[in-house]
Design a protein around this ligand. Structure first.
Ligand SMILES: Nc1ncnc2c1ncn2[C@@H]1O[C@H](COP(=O)(O)OP(=O)(O)OP(=O)(O)O)[C@@H](O)[C@H]1O
Ligand SMILES: [Mg+2]
Length: 423
């Protein structure tokens, strides 16, 4: 199952995570990063979940999780040094190192058939790792903000950070999927929430309409709290009957739709004002042979074309920076769209946003209709990915029509975009 790019004998030189010395730790990371991660299809997840054999899952994960961690940790090493020095980034890095060691330890010590006690320790370790990493997205976002406050941004490092964060968060989504699947199948307390037909975190008959209605209710709740008003939603499915169902991870679909609905609601209310009769949001769900497409349309005034390239940039938000006391803001770090697109891309779907400034915005979510086509999309550390970290971006090889553009290139996209008013 694993593709070995270069065979290197591994010898774990530590007995306790945390006690490992730098050199030995680096050797281990080097070793595991030489394996390519093994992408699974949603069908494989499902078939495996239905067999539900904990020893088989253990044998796969004790190696696959360290491989996925090591692949992304090698990329962390290539980040701009000033970013690596930021306290929040150091904290995230330390979590990764610790979690890597804790799981690699099982790969070292338990090669054969695991006892029940090893299996139970393993499940506990995975749960601990998942909890440790709960706040990785916010903490990393803080790290990038710390960098912004202390250093002038430049186009090259913004490009590097964007490239890295897409891969880093995709890797995180994939590792959490593996962990959640194992703990919900084999953990003592965890049984999947919801309808009882779920296999781990996968719903073989995920009802898109009901996920969408759920996301709408919760986005509406936030919107009402913040603005004391919210738009209605009109939902249409083609075909109308039977209900469109897919093999999918409902929590991923919920995340995407919740973020899109929050954005649409904010745009509509801010564009029309809280006193106005607000135009409806429209959702259209269409089942094709290859793709299922969900379109969300709003009349929230749209986004200028100059900003549309920046929508999926981490750090692009027209909302005020979130405060630590405001735990569930309607808009915050500017991670809503980029992370939602990663969730869609994780199983080879996609998310696009098109807009008509002065009118409104359409967001399209694409999902593979056939479960065997929905494979995990995973970042791989290799020469090609390494090259991206050394690329110099922003050379002035095209003329700029407006004198202000030079200023934008030197001061960075973040400042530019902060000055664009919300629709
Ligand atoms: N439907 C929309 N209509 C108008 N502008 C939009 C729409 N969706 C997104 N935007 C613009 O794109 C920006 C980025 O959206 P994104 O969801 O990524 O971040 P955010 O909403 O600012 O913060 P959060 O991280 O909480 O989602 C928003 O701040 C907003 O200016
Ligand atoms: Mg948002």
């Amino acid at each position: 199952m694993y593709e070995m790019r270069l065979a290197v004998p591994v010898r774990l030189l530590c007995t306790k995570p945390g006690k490992v010395v730098g050199n030995e730790f680096n050797k281990l990371i080097d070793h595991y990063s030489k394996f390519n991660p093994s992408p699974l299809s949603i069908k494989q997840f499902l078939d495996f979940g239905e067999r539900a054999n904990p020893a088989e899952s253990f044998a796969f994960l004790r190696k696959e999780v360290p491989v996925r961690l090591a692949n992304i940790m090698k990329e962390i090493e290539l980040l701009p040094p000033q970013l690596l020095k930021m306290p929040s980034v150091r904290l995230v890095t330390s979590w990764y190192q610790r979690s890597f060691m804790e799981i690699a330890e099982f790969d070292k010590l338990h090669k054969g058939t695991p006892t029940d006690s090893v299996l139970s320790d393993f499940t506990d370790t995975l749960t601990r790792v998942r909890n440790r990493h709960n706040t990785v997205v916010q903490t990393m976002a803080e790290g990038v903000l710390e960098l912004k406050q202390q250093h002038k941004s430049d186009v090259s490092s913004e490009h590097t950070i964007q490239y890295f964060l897409d891969r880093f968060y995709m890797s995180r989504i994939s590792i959490r999927m593996l962990i959640n699947q194992h703990t919900s199948l084999f953990g003592v307390q965890e049984r999947p929430a919801g309808n009882g037909r779920q296999v781990g975190v996968i719903d073989p008959h995920c009802d898109i309409t009901s996920v969408c209605l759920d996301a709408y209710e919760n986005a509406k709740f936030l919107c009402d709290q913040y603005y004391l008003t919210s738009p209605n939603m009109i939902l249409k499915c083609i075909p109308e009957e039977p209900r469109i169902r897919i093999v999918y991870v409902p929590s991923h679909l919920y995340h995407i739709l919740f973020e899109l609905l929050k954005n649409a609601m904010r745009a509509v209310v801010e564009h029309h004002g809280t006193e106005a009769d607000l135009p409806d949001l429209r959702v259209l769900i269409v089942e094709g042979k290859e793709d299922i497409t969900i379109k969300l349309s709003d009349l929230g005034g749209g986004i200028p074309r100059s900003a549309s390239d920046l929508l999926f940039q981490y750090m692009y938000s027209t909302a005020p920076e979130p405060s630590s006391t405001n735990s569930a803001p309607l808009a915050g770090y500017g991670y809503g769209l980029p992370i939602s697109r990663l969730y869609a891309k994780y199983l080879h779907g996609d998310l696009t946003v098109t807009s008509m400034e002065g009118y409104g915005t359409d967001a399209h979510v694409f999902i593979k209709a056939i479960s065997k086509d929905s494979h995990e999309k995973l970042p791989i550390f290799n020469k090609t990915s390494s090259k991206h970290y050394n690329m110099v971006i922003g050379s002035n090889d095209w003329s700029s029509p407006i004198s202000g553009e030079r200023k934008i290139l030197s001061s960075g996209i973040i400042e530019k975009i902060r000055s664009i008013p919300c629709a």
